[in-house]
Design a protein around this ligand. Structure first.
Ligand code: NAP
Length: 334
């Protein structure tokens, strides 16, 4: 009998075909609507594998309902929507899709740097609203990108890809991580900085750290106050790392100059959110990795992770390797 897999959304056909061949599928077939909690609760106890997205909250209480689940495969690199500790406790592997989305997400981070600095969205609206009367010396003037100082918080895979792009713009690059990366410093010509120093010195601050207990609310009023009034904050990582109330105040009062946001505390961001009233904010609907090629690849890798894990092979991208060794030594199951 084939293993049973629960899929929480209509996924690209290229991945679905693979899954259908290997597994018996239980599917939520909507493309635009996440599976309701009741659907997940109904089926989680019946399946060997779960193929999920970042819109699914795979928390302890859901995981506790599973009794034969072996692999949770998410079609994302960030896995803060999954209670990894609860999965590990039960010897359930958690897998994700890093690497394949690195360059695409870095492109979007850089697009936000350019869009905010040069006021692209605001200028386009200005034109379409018929406000463009003449060329004038200071019309829609923004901030210089070329030669500016870029501070990256979270110098991992995507952080490095943004730094590579920045060197083409002759930017001075600072980064902040918990661990210093001497080899990457040499390779990318960048310097390590404490968080305070980075915030004070940077013209652009790009957040690319994962959402964790440590990074939750990492950028709030006191951090924003350290930034230059001409500085721009870009968040392509996760909502919740930047405090949105404090960010709104900082943008409205001119504490900082602009912000570019691909992610929000609540997604979709409510249309009456105060940040959406500001012209110096560029807002996007969490499309960091959204190129056709990359999303296809992510869907495929998430399928392959599941196929390997359920075949007893180690998947390529395991979030909780200790659960893998526990499974293989017969430990970790409750
Ligand atoms: P990664 O390679 O794991 O890099 C994350 C970096 O953050 C690491 O270098 C890590 O270094 C650093 N970090 C972790 N905790 C930190 C802390 N408390 N303070 C400062 N730095 C910290 O991950 P990635 O592939 O680059 O992805 C980064 C994040 O981007 C993902 O977790 C995901 O949430 C987000 N993302 C968003 C989109 C989108 O669509 N908007 C797409 C892809 C990814 P240390 O361990 O040394 O601190």
């Amino acid at each position: 009998m084939k293993p049973i897999v629960l899929i929480t959304r209509k996924v690209p056909e290229i991945a679905r075909a693979l899954l259908q061949e290997a597994f018996e599928l239980i599917e939520w077939m909507e493309e635009e609507e996440p599976a309701p909690r009741s659907f997940l609760e109904k089926w989680i106890g019946e399946v060997d594998g779960l193929y999920c997205l970042l819109t699914d909250k795979i928390d302890e209480s859901l995981i506790a309902r599973s009794n034969r689940l072996k692999v949770i495969s998410t079609m994302a690199v960030g896995f803060n929507h999954i209670d990894v500790a609860a999965a590990s406790k039960r010897g359930i592997l958690v897998t994700h899709t890093p690497e394949v989305l690195t360059e695409t997400t870095a492109d979007l981070a850089f697009a936000l740097i350019l869009a905010t600095a040069r006021r692209l969205v605001e200028a386009s609206v200005f034109l379409r609203e018929g406000q463009w009367k003449t060329w004038s010396p200071m019309l829609m003037t923004g901030q210089e990108v070329y030669g500016a100082t870029l501070g990256i918080i979270g110098m991992g895979r995507i952080g490095e890809a943004v730094a590579r792009r920045a060197s083409g713009f002759d930017m001075k690059i600072l980064y902040h991580n918990r661990n210093q990366k001497p080899e990457a410093e040499m390779r990318l010509g960048m310097a390590y900085a404490g968080l305070e120093e980075l915030l004070q010195a940077s013209d652009f601050v790009v957040v690319l750290a994962p959402y964790t207990q440590e990074t939750a609310d990492m950028i709030r009023k006191e951090q924003l106050q350290l930034m230059k009034p001409s500085a721009i904050l870009i968040n392509v990582a996760r909502g919740g790392i930047v405090n949105e109330t404090d960010l709104y105040d900082a943008l409205q009062k001119g504490t900082i100059w602009a912000a570019g946001l691909d992610v929000f505390d609540t997604e979709p961001v409510p249309l009456d959110h105060p940040l959406l009233t500001l012209t110096n904010v560029v807002t996007l609907p969490h499309i960091g990795s959204a190129s056709i090629q990359t999303r296809m690849q992510m869907a495929l890798i998430a399928a392959q992770n599941l196929m390997k894990g359920l075949a007893g092979e180690r998947p390529n991208f395991v979030v909780n390797p200790t659960a893998w060794s526990d499974v293989n030594t017969g430990q970790g199951k409750e």
